[in-house]
Design a protein around this ligand. Sequence first.
Ligand SMILES: [Zn+2]
Length: 75
Amino acid sequence: MVDLLDRASGVEERQRELALNRQQSKKEKPLIIDGIRCCLNCGHVIPIERVNAVDAVRCITDQELHEASQKHLRG
Ligand SMILES: [Zn+2]
């Protein structure tokens, strides 16, 4: 009985996690300051070439950190 309940709550948690991941991967709202797109993490200006190329919302450094942390979360 206890075992069954544990498993059920685990599934619920995973579904919530998946829903969260979906929301995050959908699209992050870019940070715009004075019409210039800035990094969500550090606030540095993102080069326009990067914005045009990959619709970046972070500087290269923070994007790499972000992707690494996402991978880490996924296990
Ligand atoms: Zn940054």
